[in-house]
Design a protein around this ligand. Structure first.
Ligand code: IPM
Ligand code: MG
Length: 372
């Protein structure tokens, strides 16, 4: 298969984790004889510094002319700590999601067997967790009218949803549940918010068409608690934009690190693949950030084009790295130093030689180097 992929490394650790994902995709291309072409674009704080805007026109047209987009991370403390900044890196990502119509953000959350003891949650509670979060991505409070009074003392953000916006993502969530454990949990705040009541009404109506899928409802505050108390009760979680943002970070605690969570942002025409983590500016250029979320986002990209065998090989390589403890410091409590690029090298090697992977810790060959 031939694919043109636009790469937007972005800010902070974005470039270094994306580099590992590209390495892995190139290994897949070599093994399976695919032609992957990578074109790089500017976005975020990097783009503001170079062009004055977070999403330059050239980047948007590059994205529109490619088959898929791989995105790294966005944001820097310079803007986080300046509430009066008129131009912000995050606007670039939001504008990109909106311009490309990427209305569904799919975030898988699994408890990996080898990491059960890395989570602050109890092993028995999390073992076997397998959740797919369907977060609406182009509506709600993120995109509603924003106001700031002239005296600067009153501000508001409007949360608005239309039936159409709810239906299109709900369909995807129900369809996903049909291939999984056949349960959708709608997370909302229907006891308080009018927009949530519309979500309940529309999703209930639509749910009748998916007779084989059980539909449940949870208020978001309760959902936040249930995710920690008993995550195994969930299969597909369907929710609006901001609740999805919040509960997916919370859910990452189940896996042991936010550095593991990948996502796919899908629309009718375009698709973008992005780790759920932020730009982790403290780790920038230190070669310590976990590249797995970016690598698993690349696997989701392959899934999107029906390259399931290839995607599964990446996931197998990732699991092997976790099994062998070849993990960055967020997951590695031992004093053996494993870097961002070591993890990428190992996964790249595994893809080329999966049989060679029964190595023990003393003779792991990672790229050209041997650790210890
Ligand atoms: C995410 C991020 C973004 C969001 C930020 C960077 C705008 O937190 O993808 O979860 O809030 O959607
Ligand atoms: Mg977020």
């Amino acid at each position: 298969m031939k694919l043109n992929i636009t790469v937007l490394p972005g800010d902070g650790i974005g470039p270094e984790v994306t580099e590992q994902a590209i390495k892995v995709l190139e290994a897949i291309a070599a093994e399976f004889d695919h032609k992957l072409r990578f074109n790089y674009g500017l976005m975020g704080a990097e783009a503001i510094d170079a062009t004055g805007v977070p999403l330059p026109k050239e980047t948007l047209s590059l994205c529109k002319s490619s088959d898929a987009i791989l995105f790294g991370a966005i944001g820097t403390p310079k803007y986080d700590n300046d509430p009066s900044a008129k131009v912000r890196p995050e606007q670039g990502l939001l504008e990109l999601r909106k311009s490309l119509g990427l209305f569904a953000n799919i975030r898988p959350v699994v408890a990996y067997e080898y990491l059960l003891d890395k989570s602050p949650l109890k092993r028995d509670n999390i073992q076997g967790t397998d959740i797919s979060i369907y977060r609406e991505l182009t509506g709600g409070i993120y995109f509603g009218e924003k106001k700031l009074s002239e005296d600067g003392n009153t501000a508001s953000d409007l949360c608005e949803y239309s039936r159409k916006e709810i239906e299109r993502i709900a369909h995807l969530a129900f369809k996903a549940a049909q291939t999984r454990k056949k349960k959708v949990t709608l997370v909302d705040k229907a006891n308080v918010l009018e927009s949530s009541r519309l979500w309940r009404k529309v999703v209930t109506e639509l749910g009748e068409k998916y007779e084989d899928v059980a539909l449940e409802f949870l208020f978001v505050d309760n959902a936040a608690m249930q995710l920690i108390l008993n995550p195994k009760q969930f299969d597909v979680i369907l929710t609006e934009n901001m609740f999805g943002d919040i509960i997916s970070d919370e859910a990452s605690v189940i896996g042991g690190s936010i550095g593991l969570l990948a996502s796919a942002s899908i629309g009718n025409k375009y698709a973008l693949f992005e780790p759920i983590h932020g730009s982790y500016p403290q780790a920038k250029n230190k070669n310590i950030a976990n590249p797995i979320a970016s690598i698993l986002s690349a696997a989701m990209l392959l899934d999107h084009f029906g390259l399931t065998t290839e995607a599964n090989l990446i996931r197998k390589a990732v699991e092997k790295s976790l099994e062998l403890g070849i993990t960055t410091p967020d997951l590695n409590s031992s004093n053996i130093e494993v870097t961002t690029s070591n993890v990428g090298d190992f996964i790249e090697d595994f893809i080329a030689n999966p049989e060679d992977s029964n190595m023990n810790f003393n003779n792991i060959h990672m790229g050209q180097s041997t650790i210890i």
